[in-house]
Design a protein around this ligand. Structure first.
Ligand code: PMP
Length: 422
């Protein structure tokens, strides 16, 4: 038995499924999870001493690479002065300034401790602000695990084929209206029927939880137009895309100003952070200024703020265009390898994100993502892992490159792909 296997056996006795977040269990790819001892740059090391080249990057946060020394130092320096005060500190103000300066649509921002909290709070604010109850979400988009969003969601729910979940009252999800991603006509139909009841449309501007699916030409613009027309708020869930598809996120990249934006992952530099923000007029409805309640014991805690702030400072000087170009080149090389092997693939990519679907069809929404060959992905995943490459343990997640990945890493990745047997 390996050390990972031993730990997993113990974990299963103590933690449901042996994991603290479902996809980590690697169930859908027929593997056991690897227990990680440490990580640095683009590599992780398991408790068995095996080093793997990694393209999960903690599901997105580690755009600068694991254990980035300056980020570590900032966090350690902050911790030495006290890890939580439950009272305001200067780092929160600096962090808010950094985020608001970077994201064009944000006048104000509130820090929370996870992406789930960010989206849940943004929806509550949208409801409180508009006095309406319904929310439009897209099939296969994932906005964390709060009740309103657990209807036809992506991520682990897509991986495990769970359309909804027990424990969420029907009275709650009846306010969640669903539309296929990239289907503006369906959204317009929902507004035609329920226009005066819809508080918000929430969307992943580039969907990352059914694998990467890019917005069709005019889709995001159309959402901006229809929400404005009906007096509903547009929420961009940028928990994945924020500070990744561009320093200012998808809103800045696509030139669209949502009313609210949710952030997570990268802004915490690897620590538990989320945030939601937007126009002053809307944000002023949050307590203690306004009546919409939201709070958090560890919100804005100094260690997470210091790590996030240092991450944003480093990213503000980073070569996003260079990383995007290198990732696009990697994807081209991948396409060429699969063409040579006569294996049909659709590889969606933007910036430092890509998803490889074993599919003959373009993947443009949840239905088309589900056409991809999961068995083939599982076999690919297992062979790559055996070759020392760690990919997402599900065909419906994103792979991430980072500023820590090197030419040697990309060569190693491609040469492992060449050796995979289909
Ligand atoms: N929104 C999106 C788009 C996400 O991808 C995720 C997590 N993958 C969340 C929200 C929830 O974030 P967290 O896991 O930090 O609660």
């Amino acid at each position: 038995m390996t050390s990972s296997e031993k730990l997993f056996a113990q974990a299963k006795e103590l933690i449901p499924g042996g994991v603290n977040s479902p996809v980590r269990a690697c169930l859908s790819v027929g593997a056991d999870p690897l227990f990680i001892e440490s990580a640095s740059g683009s590599h992780i090391k398991t408790v068995d001493g095996t080093e793997l080249l990694d393209f999960i990057m903690s599901w997105g946060p580690m755009l600068l690479g694991y254990a980035q020394p300056d980020v570590n130092k900032a966090a350690c320096d902050a911790a030495a002065k006290g890890s939580s005060f439950g009272a305001p500190c200067a780092l929160e103000v600096e962090m808010a300034r950094a985020v608001v300066d970077a994201v064009p649509s944000m006048d104000m921002v509130r820090m929370v401790s996870s992406g789930t909290e960010a989206t849940m709070s943004a929806l509550r604010l949208a409801r409180g602000y508009t006095g309406r109850s319904k929310v439009v979400k897209f099939v296969g988009n994932y906005h964390g695990h709060s009740d309103s969003f657990l209807a036809s969601a992506g991520s682990g729910l897509a991986t495990l084929s769970i359309p909804g979940t027990p424990g969420v009252p029907e009275e709650t999800v009846k306010h969640t209206l669903l539309a296929p991603y990239n289907d503006l006509a369906a959204v317009r139909e929902l507004f035609a029927k329920h226009g005066d009841e819809i508080a918000a449309v929430i969307v992943e501007p580039c969907a990352g939880n059914m694998g990467l699916v890019l917005p069709a030409e005019g889709f995001l613009e159309g959402l901006r137009a229809v929400t404005t027309e009906y007096g509903a708020l547009l929420i961009f869930d940028e928990v994945i895309t924020g500070f990744r598809v561009a320093f200012g996120g998808a809103g800045s990249r696509f030139g669209i100003e949502p009313d609210l934006t949710t952030l997570g992952k990268i802004i915490g530099g690897g620590y538990p952070v989320g945030a939601y923000g937007g126009k002053r007029e809307v944000m002023d409805h949050i307590a203690p200024v306004g009546p919409v309640y939201q709070a958090g014991t560890l919100s804005g805690n100094p260690v997470a703020m210091a790590a996030g702030l240092k991450t944003l400072e480093l990213l503000s000087k980073a070569d996003y265009a260079g990383l995007e170009k290198r990732t696009a080149q990697l994807v081209d090389e991948l396409r060429a390898i699969f063409a040579e092997k006569s294996i049909p693939v659709c590889i969606n990519t933007i910036a430092s994100i890509f998803t490889l679907f074993f599919s003959e069809q373009p993947v443009t929404n949840f239905a088309s993502s589900q056409q991809a060959d999961c068995e083939r992905y599982s076999s690919f995943y297992r062979q790559m892992r055996a070759a020392g490459i760690n990919l997402a343990p599900s065909g419906f997640e994103c792979s991430f490159t980072s500023f820590a990945h090197t030419e040697e890493d990309y060569d190693k990745f491609l040469s492992a792909v060449r050796k995979v047997q289909f």
